[in-house]
Ligand binder design. Sequence first.
Ligand code: 26W
Length: 767
Amino acid sequence: MKNTNTKMIYEELSRDLKNLYGEEATLENASADQIYSTIWAWSLKKVSALEKYGEITSGRKIYYVTIEVLPGRLLGNNLLNLGLLSAINIVLRRMRYSIENLEEMETDPSLGNGGLGRLGPCIHEGATSLGYSMECLSLHYHYGLGKQVFRDKKQTFEPDPWDLYGKAVNTRQADYEVELCGRKIRPEENVITVTGYNTDKTNSLVLFDTGLASDAVIRDGIRMDMSDPIPALTLFLYPDDSNEEGRFLRTGQEYFLSASSVRHILEDVEKTYGSIDSIAEHAVIHLNDTHPALCIPEMVCQLMDRGMSEEKSIELVKKLFVYTNHTILPEALPRVPLSRIRAVSPRIADMITRLDRHVREKGITAGPVLEGDVVNMANLACHFSYSVNGVAEIHTGILKKDVFSDMAAAYPDKFTNVTNGIDFGRWLRHANPELAWYVGRLTGGDVVAKPSLLEKLLRYQDDTAVHADLESIKEDNKEALAAWLEEEKGLVMNPKAILTVQAKRGHAYKRQDLNCLYAIWKIQEILQGRLPATPIVNLIAGKAYPTYEAANDVFHLALCLQELTKSPAISPWFRVIMPDNYNVSMAEKILPAADISEQISYAGTEASGTSNCKLMCNGAITLGTRDGANIEIGDLVGPDNIFTFGIDAKTAADLNRSGSYHPYDYYSDPEIRRVVDFIVSDAMRRIGDSVILERIHRRLTTEDTYKCLLDFKSYVQAKEAAFRAYEDKDSWYKMSLINIARSGFFSSMRTARQYNERVWHLGNPAR
Ligand code: 26W
């Protein structure tokens, strides 16, 4: 090998392989497993050789506390950040391997549920790349959310262990103890090193565990005996909370995360600075949604234990915490009985009472912390954080005008917006190397380090040769996805079809059912001989919470449509595809292949969305409502480069308030009725479960909380317009190019920078 870098890597790997598997082992005769393990261990050595940010002792450090985290696979991402990805691929090619094949051996931990869980790692990576000192604190769930398996066209879950990943985890026993349900627990801190792009600095992801989790309490699937919360505490993310035992367990998890985080932070500051006297100069504690809000009373208690008065402790806390809200749905703004918190920690319950009194004694009547015996966690977070933010312009607006309007009036300077961002290293360079290389060549720079360089693509917007190149990259990605879907999931996808993708958590407000209604409409069109010019693949992916009936029902509908569209009368023109167990690594395969990004939530309900940004930078065109970050995408690309439909958030809010929406009014339209009634047709009943299909039909015709029938026609029109537009490849790839060019705004480095300017105020970060 000519290149010294690759030669050196080859020699290092050969040596490491021999150390692991004996003198006989060579890279040429080793198994894929042995090569993977060798590269994995080698990459971890390289990562741990990097300097630690923790050593920086000036400026503030961010402690980002989150109940869920979706770090994704480490190997490829770390190699990219270390600048070794291309070189290692050259080395591997000699053995007829590629990093893409090998990294399939790494488990992908499902320690998160969706956008909230993935956002943390994206911001963490952005902050690390910028040189900010940031620790992400979460729980070490043994099985994460669970592995989604479709049985009989229904979603089930199996435990999803992520043992392999354990090799990257450094476990240490904490020096402190936390008290939970009357028991003293010394947490385990499981530390994973987080790398940034093009920097030799690293940060850490710290996952707390009780060390007391026991598989013996697991019953079937992800159900558990929760009578004793301690052995169950760190087994699964979001345990079933349909009964009091489950709700108690969740509060226990939230308190364990909060107590461990606060003790960890105090210890970190004490160790670094010798005391906690000026902690607000050295630390900012970021509450990623309300789940870790018990950090606030815990911190007051801990400061008081260190000799500070209550008043001073509370005032100090107000300088330490910031809170990001990620949802306006009332059911996800938790209200927790004080008695439940008391059963987990009497001291914390007492402190919440005092914090409530503190607010009232200041004469602030907005947003009571205690409403009778119920703790409003979002209000607690708002009062005692110095900054509260939403995650897209429209979402922050709704928080200020509606959800927290009283609080925004009481604290006019507290509320701000920081629109979400994504890590371009993972979502462009790593997920779509061909596109990343190509746009890098056209822009003449490193678009991962500086995503704003993508703007330079605009000068090629009318260049038909560039359009053709973009088309050929998209085709390659579709072919790779089709091959993977067939091999791994047994699903047939025509790589020549137009691919429209809705990949996200299953939730009524995200309206996967609206997508299914379109599918039915299209099937009926095809059966009547109106065929699309290009075949269509309508891909839906995501997990729904196991006990969330409405979302599970809609997944059943989608799976029935997947079955139905296998029919030879339909499949050549239209197919619904729903692969199981959508996770970060599957997203890395699906999103680069997508032509259309479906962002069809009911206006005003999707805080931001992040798959919309990931799809955008991979050249997909948004088909969306005026919701979340879709609006900012629309502003960036202009109305000609996005397909917008449906009522806007103001109309939606007025309609919700007036209660004047009756789905039956729309159901009486013959076209809509024909589509909706198809759900309970004989053809569908032969494939699916009639009870579920009838339930969906009833929900749509009598409740339709998120007004699918109202937006249906406008959605069909917009989707059909998108498919028509696809037929003119030059104008389609011009749109695609403009979307890629304008996507740099959604870099998580921009997000981290804005958090620093508007929220964290770090002092003197490295860049
Ligand atoms: C079950 C309790 C619960 C409550 C809220 C679980 C999870 C939540 C999360 C806050 C919901 C969530 O994931 N929100 C998503 O956050 C993303 C990152 O900001 C946004 O892009 C999504 O729009 C928002 O739905």
